[in-house]
Design a protein. Structure first.
Length: 174
């Protein structure tokens, strides 16, 4: 279930403020209104504008069946393409599930409605394709496949179950 805060501007004689009305589902039933002063609201709006100007946003997005990649057109007139199997949430997706792609109004979010998967564009541009745990697992899998100069010779000396050079025996003090 998705929810969106409802904004209401309330001006008083002393300090204009913004009232955020949140639903009860997120546990703010006791605190019905959260107040923000008008100057805080303006600062947040300016910060969002600066961020929007600094970070490229998505203009269009589609799945290219010929190359098997998701293509995202950016506001900087560049396209970014990636295979869906490297992104968490899209690993097992079929081509028909990847076809309708929606872009959030800010241009920073990519949504796949048939998969109920959301991607954050600035993270994708930084090379983050999933959660910290998944990224660490992928990095560990790549590290396990790496080859070093000591690995083949260590495997011949130590047997197939111990790849790498032998460790020095530890001394026990008695």
């Amino acid at each position: 279930m998705s929810w969106r805060p409802r904004f209401a501007l309330r001006f008083s004689r002393f300090a204009p403020s913004v009232i955020l009305n949140y639903p009860k589902q997120i546990g703010l039933a006791r605190h019905r209104f959260l107040m923000a002063r008008h100057d805080e609201f303006e600062l947040a709006t300016q910060s969002a504008r600066r961020r929007r100007d600094r970070i490229p946003s998505a203009i269009n997005a589609y799945y290219d069946r010929k190359s098997g990649r998701v293509v995202i057109g950016l506001s900087t007139q560049m396209d970014v393409a990636f295979p869906p199997n490297v992104v968490q949430g899209l690993e097992n997706a079929s081509a028909s599930q990847l076809e309708p792609i929606e872009i959030t109004p800010s241009g920073f979010g990519i949504h796949f409605p048939k998969l109920n998967a959301d991607l954050y564009l600035p993270a994708l541009l930084e090379g983050v394709f999933g959660s910290k745990r998944r990224m660490a697992a992928r990095l560990g899998a790549l590290g396990g496949r790496s080859k070093s100069m000591a690995k083949p010779s260590g495997s011949r000396k130590n047997g197939p179950w111990e790849a790498g050079p032998r460790r020095a025996p530890q001394r026990t003090s008695s």
